[in-house]
Design a protein. Structure first.
Length: 116
């Protein structure tokens, strides 16, 4: 069974940095588009950043210039480097692997809290 395990969340002050990791197993990692989503309390889950199997990236406007998504296919891991964090970045961050709609997997999430 495919497994995605996020780590690296925590509590940080405004302006600080965190690096999230998502380790995949039982998946041909290199062929999947990997994404990070986030969900704040009472809000919908929103796309934060995506990296395709070819390495192309895309970001939500709210994180452009502050967050960087990357992947290491050899380690089957996707990363989200988050800099200049703001209180509005507080959310549970989820890792997603997708090849097509019917081939879509989620991690359990990791909490990021940014204090003002």
């Amino acid at each position: 069974q495919v497994r995605l395990v996020e780590s690296g969340g925590g509590l940080v002050q405004t302006g600080g940095s965190l690096r999230l990791s998502c380790a995949a197993s039982r998946i041909i990692f290199s062929i999947y588009t990997m994404s990070w989503y986030r969900q704040a309390p009472g809000k919908q889950r929103d796309l934060v950043a995506t990296i395709t199997n070819g390495g192309s990236t895309n970001y939500a406007d709210s994180v452009k210039g502050r967050f960087t998504i990357s992947r290491d296919n050899g380690k089957m891991t996707v990363y989200l480097q988050m800099n200049s964090l703001k209180p509005e970045d507080t959310a549970v961050y989820y890792c997603n692997a997708q090849r097509r709609v019917s081939d879509d997997y989620w991690g359990q999430g990791t909490q990021v809290t940014v204090s003002s």
